[in-house]
Design a protein around this ligand. Structure first.
Ligand code: HEM
Length: 154
């Protein structure tokens, strides 16, 4: 269960990143070209939020069953001083939850705007902030804090 979930959680990042990039690219293009906010843009907005929320659900279950976070919560005094432990115990989770909150707030704000330009602008700004945080909080193989592979086999 743990191995499959970890591999799935790793893989879903490759859905989140293109979704966010596609949504942001459409948002900036719409903002500066004065296009109308189409039903397709609406679908892109909703799909992006859905994918990020699914990843949070996987993350929460992973947090509950991971030996790393388990060790972290039972040996906090020691583990908080170990970079990799602290990353998965606190930093990764906190940054990702904030990122998803930013994306979700942005999405609701887009829905409540009546002007198309404002919709694109709001989506561009909030989704970009979320993406930056996601990029920072992913344990890339080249990360100075915690390194994980680009793809984890099932
Ligand atoms: C929403 C954006 C998120 C992305 C893109 C993301 C991405 C990742 C990646 C790429 C890994 C490394 C997987 C591997 O070892 O191959 C990872 C590990 C992990 N993530 Fe996330 N994550 C996200 C959100 C969350 C959230 C919200 C939580 C918890 C509530 C969470 C909990 C964890 C845990 C506990 C691990 C390490 C598990 C272990 O190695 O035992 N993640 N995440």
């Amino acid at each position: 269960m743990y191995t499959i979930l970890l591999a799935t959680h790793s893989l879903v990042r490759w859905l989140i990143l293109p979704s966010l990039l596609f949504a942001i690219q459409r948002a900036f293009r719409g903002w500066f070209s004065g296009k109308s906010f189409s039903p397709f843009d609406e679908t892109v907005r909703l799909a992006t939020v859905a994918v990020t929320n699914i990843q949070v659900s996987f993350g929460l279950v992973l947090y509950a069953i991971s030996p790393i976070t388990n060790y972290f919560s039972h040996n906090y005094q020691v583990a908080v001083n170990v970079g990799q432990m602290r990353f998965f115990g606190i930093e990764h989770v906190l940054m990702m939850i904030i990122a998803v909150i930013l994306i979700s707030i942005g999405s609701v704000k887009v829905k409540n705007k009546s002007n198309d330009k404002e919709k694109f602008k709001t989506m561009a700004i909030w989704f970009t902030l979320g993406l930056l945080l996601v990029l920072i909080a992913i344990p890339w193989p080249f990360s100075p804090v915690a390194q994980r592979p680009f793809f984890r086999p099932f």
